[in-house]
Ligand binder design. Structure first.
Ligand code: F6P
Length: 536
């Protein structure tokens, strides 16, 4: 750490020590304007972070730390296309993908035009399968960044789905993902999108080959039949044209993108093709426009009102100074039920690292375990632990002002629950209050609530492509800021490689003869139990 970073850090540590015993009840009692002071607007999003355990002084010190880390100049370096993903020598330019048409790079405009035309062909029925029928179903075969974003957004935007096309997502190499889906589909009217930036991901290729087999069972295996089946029924989203050609997908059905689009930031690229098909391209464009709105906020809003930066600083405060280990995301919106899974990749694949940009071990904690599920379901399972385990678990609550599915009476109940949980977690209930509420004396130890659990509540006016785009870009920029604040490269993911490599070396033991002596004793023992491969 340079002296200015170290002194900002030490100031935060000393401040944290002086604040340790303070309760959110006290912070609210001391400052009647707390809600106004600790809330902000970004695009259509409203964030209330008054229930975070911070004071004005805390924020002041956090912002000094951000200045010492030079977040603004790193942001400018990202914007200028510098290779800030230094371990892969790549720029980080996903913001280019959501610029308005007039400002977009020519290659982005061209790629959008191809996606738009493809969506029109599929929706109008001018692109057809081998029996000359229009497509009724699209299956996206991809995993990680080539699955989570479009899958989550398609689920979130059910209310906007195209009426005549069903879009499905398959990611797992487990046949239990693909096979049951195929049982309910008609090969003649099913289109597969193989989404893989590298076109080398084991799961996706295995699923693509099995999907092709399924088609060939219907059209026959003669070379012309196979070629016709792939040509009509497959499209690819990939940066690896040679590999898509080997699979047999003609170049006009391959939607490429640049290496400056990281997998978990790729929803806005052709990786969003399945989503665009699910919604129709105009809605997909609204999603891009929403993300651009948040980009503009992030790039132009002063630090004190800059929501992505504020969320990142609150995370630093909670992880490094209040020693939180995990972060719960609780969308009070069933439509956003897949958001926690999406954020798990975005945050944990980006920040789950402990080696800094200089290759040194970080002398401070980094990254939280991200988890969560849609409210109110969580209230009837894990919220017990949040209320009474004594573990500090910061949370984000997400709430829609207007329901996307307005079943009479439901939305006010949902909203009441979200507000109640955030307040109960923050303020708890003292034994005296429990006694006053009529709780029998013997039960008081069990029926009081310590509170002081910090949370931020994000309010969206409605769940639309435009507001969803804003929400996702907000979290992307939060991750960028955290990468700078923790001095990590948030854009590589070397940690996923070792397991992939080892799976390749174990596979021969499961499918045939191989010398197992190089394997560890536990893996050898498990292979014996599995009774696969005869030399183990
Ligand atoms: O294994 C991790 C990962 O590389 C992710 O970063 C990525 O989103 C995912 O695999 C899928 O990769 P691809 O799009 O190349 O198939």
């Amino acid at each position: 750490m340079t002296p200015d970073i170290a002194s900002a850090w030490q100031a935060l540590a000393a401040h944290a020590e002086s604040q340790e015993s303070r309760h959110l009840r006290q912070l609210f009692a001391e400052d009647p304007a707390r809600f106004e002071k600790f809330s902000c607007v970004a695009g259509d999003l409203f964030a209330d972070f008054s229930k975070q355990r911070v004071t004005e002084e805390t924020l002041e010190r956090l912002h000094s730390f951000a200045r010492a880390r030079d977040v603004e100049s790193w942001r400018a370096r990202m914007l200028a296309g510098e290779a800030i993903n230094h371990t892969e020598g790549r720029a980080v330019r996903h913001m280019e993908l959501r610029k308005p048409e007039a400002e977009a790079l020519p290659e982005v405009r061209a790629s959008r035009a191809r996606m738009r035309a493809f969506c029109a062909d599929i929706h109008s029925g001018s692109a057809r399968g081998f029996t000359d029928q229009p497509f009724t179903d699209v299956v996206n075969l991809g995993i990680g960044g080539s699955d989570l974003g479009p899958r989550m957004a398609a689920r979130a935007l059910t209310a906007f789905h195209h009426p005549r096309l069903k879009v499905h997502f398959v990611s797992n190499i487990d046949g239990a993902d693909l096979q049951p889906l195929l049982l309910g589909l008609n090969p003649a009217t099913t289109l597969f999108i193989v989404a893989s930036k590298t076109f080398g991901t084991q799961e996706t290729l295995a699923n693509a080959h099995s999907a092709l087999e399924w088609l060939l069972n219907r059209v026959g295996t003669a070379p012309e039949a196979r070629e016709e089946a792939v040509r009509r029924h497959f499209a690819a989203v990939s940066s690896h044209l040679a590999a898509t050609t080997t699979f047999g997908i003609p170049p006009e059905r391959v939607f490429g993108f640049q290496d400056w689009v990281g997998g978990r930031f790729s929803l806005w690229s052709p990786v969003g093709l399945a989503l665009a098909l699910a919604l129709g391209f105009p809605h997909f464009e609204r999603l891009l426009a929403g993300a651009h709105t948040l980009d503009t906020h992030f790039l132009q809003t002063p630090a004190r009102q800059n929501l992505p930066l504020i969320l990142a600083l609150l995370e630093v405060w909670n992880v490094n100074f209040l020693r939180a280990k995990s972060h719960g995301f609780f969308p009070y919106s069933q439509s956003l039920e897949l958001l926690p899974a999406y954020l798990q990749q975005l945050e944990m694949e980006s920040l789950g690292k402990a080696v800094d940009r200089q290759g040194e071990r970080c002398p401070y904690a980094t990254s939280s375990i991200v988890w969560g599920s849609a409210g109110t379901n969580g209230q009837h399972s894990f919220f017990q632990l949040l209320h009474q385990s004594g573990q500090l678990i910061p949370a984000d609550f997400l709430l829609l002002r207007e329901a996307d599915f307005a079943l009479p009476g439901h939305h006010p109940q949902l909203v009441a629950n979200a507000l109640a949980q955030a307040a109960a977690l923050a303020f708890g209930q003292t034994p005296a209050e429990a006694r006053a509420a009529g709780i029998p004396e013997a039960l008081l130890p069990y029926r009081s609530f310590p509170g002081n659990q910090p949370s931020t509540l994000l309010l969206l006016p409605q769940l639309t492509p435009h507001t969803l785009g804003q929400l996702l870009a907000l979290y992307e920029h939060k991750v960028f800021c955290l990468g700078i604040l923790w001095n990590l490269n948030a854009f590589d993911q070397w940690g996923v490689e070792l397991g992939k490599y080892m799976a390749k070396s174990i596979l021969p033991h499961l499918t045939g003869e191989a010398d197992a002596s190089a394997l560890d004793a536990s893996t050898r023992g498990l292979l014996r139990r599995l009774k696969m491969g005869s030399s183990v």
